[in-house]
Design a binder for this molecule. Sequence first.
Ligand code: NDP
Length: 244
Amino acid sequence: MRTVLITGASSGIGAACARVLAGEGYKLLLCARRADRLEALRNEIHAQYPDIDIHTFTLDVRDNERVKEAINSLPSEWQKVDVLINNAGLSQGLDALQDGDTDDWDRMIDTNVKGLLYVSKAVIPLLKESQQAHIINLGSIAGKEVYPNGNVYCATKHAVDALNKAMRIDLLPFGIKVTAINPGMVETEFSEVRFKGDKERAKNVYNGLVPLSGLDIAETISFVLSRPAHVNINDLLIMPTAQA
Ligand code: NDP
């Protein structure tokens, strides 16, 4: 039975991955900052899959000391991780660079780039214990292209794109697979976070097109994880059909 560690499991894509992978028998290590949301997800999954082992813990991926402490203090039965899903991330503000808020920039860089690095470094020793180790990095179409006012968010996701390639090279000697999943628009709490709680503005982002769902991304990740040992999907772009 494989164990998956999911960052940002409290909503959206991370929570959808937890639900889908529970259905496939994975043991779940779930973390995020909101303990109540993790608890609710654990209860929901247990109601459907009572036999699945779930361990939740709060984690702010920006805090390197806490990341190290949280991973080092996992109970002994959770000290082998087969799959790490580096999912925690956010966009904040959608402004031209000259109008941007530097606190927003720090939040995005610290979470999307430094957080991904801190968690990866802490978890790689546990992945080395696995014969089927795999890291999934949540990139974005914003890591492939730059769109108006996307500046710093796009830069962080371009960094994820580069780190995904670098990790694959560095981890090759250990047989650890590395994959970037790069979605277009996915309807989650992402847009509301970006517009700091402005639900109306968040909804208008989709502008008549049908966005992807967290489930679409989770099912894609499940497919990637189910490939045979000799197959690695390095990089995958997944878009709503109607998104330009
Ligand atoms: P959500 O806002 O629904 O989920 C984001 C998750 O990240 C939450 O669980 C949140 O949990 C967690 N998170 C944010 N900051 C931190 C932090 N400092 N430490 C730990 N966890 C944190 O958005 P999505 O599910 O859509 O986003 C998931 C990933 O997908 C992100 O990396 C995003 O960039 C990427 N993505 C999303 C797209 C979209 O259109 N939705 C498109 C392309 C990529 P909590 O607040 O409890 O800590």
